[in-house]
Design a protein around this ligand. Structure first.
Ligand SMILES: [Fe+2]
Length: 255
């Protein structure tokens, strides 16, 4: 695993201190709202203002993944989750003060909130790590070798997990855990489940809608195509940020 320079660490720490000071001066909710461009009159936790993020690549130029598939996935599955998340947040805001609504019914909405948030985030990370030429840089390779013994072992497990989700649903995630400091592959069988404190670095969608249009039930062919299109530059940036976040996480007496 690459060492993070003292200069980078101090820069990150300074940013966190500055944000903390801002939050205490202006009020935490307002500060968070401003950072997400949420109008100050609406608390960010209830703002139904999630927008569909455009693809960062030309979907007509992926290798082995058709434009029709990518556009359908982006528009219908991801776009549908964004719309659903906004609808759920609107209902949460409306029902919070409705004393006639039992708390367990309110929590049904909170479950939807959890699921839709997971779907939106994971889809954005998935599309964000596509559009490349499928070749990891030396920093990522070294991290994989340090954690798994070799890049081949990492890839073997990642692919095996994808095969295991064939015909079903879920995600395969290479993640860095801020608490354990471990780089591992995580099996996520839906949008709800992930190890706490894990930052996803590489995300592979294994829901059937990710490949059925191009490959039918041939999951292995989809996984091959996914690997040919990984945008490793993005993975490398995520890894660098995760390592910096780990240093921040360890400061200030966190147990
Ligand atoms: Fe999906």
């Amino acid at each position: 695993m690459s060492e993070i320079s003292r200069r980078d660490f101090l820069a990150v720490t300074t940013s966190v201190v500055a944000l903390t000071a801002l939050a205490s001066e202006a009020g935490a909710v307002e500060a968070i709202s401003e950072s997400n461009n949420v109008p100050s009159s609406v608390a960010s936790a209830f703002a139904a203002n999630h927008e569909i993020k455009p693809l960062a690549f030309d979907p007509a130029k992926l290798e082995g993944l058709s434009e029709k598939l990518m556009r359908s996935h982006w528009e219908n599955n991801y776009g549908g989750s964004v719309k659903a998340l906004n609808a759920v947040k609107q209902k949460l805001a409306a029902f919070l003060d409705d004393a006639s609504l039992p708390a367990y019914i309110y929590n049904d909405l909170k479950r939807e909130h959890l699921m839709r948030t997971g779907s939106v985030v994971l889809h954005e990370l998935y599309f964000g790590n596509l559009g490349g030429i499928g070749s990891a840089d030396t920093v990522v390779k070294k991290a994989l070798i340090d954690a798994f013994g070799s890049v081949e072992v990492w890839e073997k497990e990642f692919r095996r997990m994808g095969a295991g989700l064939g015909g079903g649903s879920g995600w395969v995630v290479l993640g860095y855990n801020l608490h354990t400091g471990l780089l591992e592959n995580y099996w996520q069988w839906d949008h709800l489940h992930a190890p706490s404190a894990t930052l996803p670095l590489l995300v592979m969608d294994m829901y059937e809608h990710s490949y059925q249009m191009d490959y039918g039930a041939a999951t292995a062919m989809y996984v091959d195509a996914f690997f040919r299109n990984i945008h490793w530059e993005t993975v490398s940036i995520r890894l660098e940020k995760a390592l910096k976040a780990r240093l921040v996480w360890l400061t200030g007496g966190v147990r």
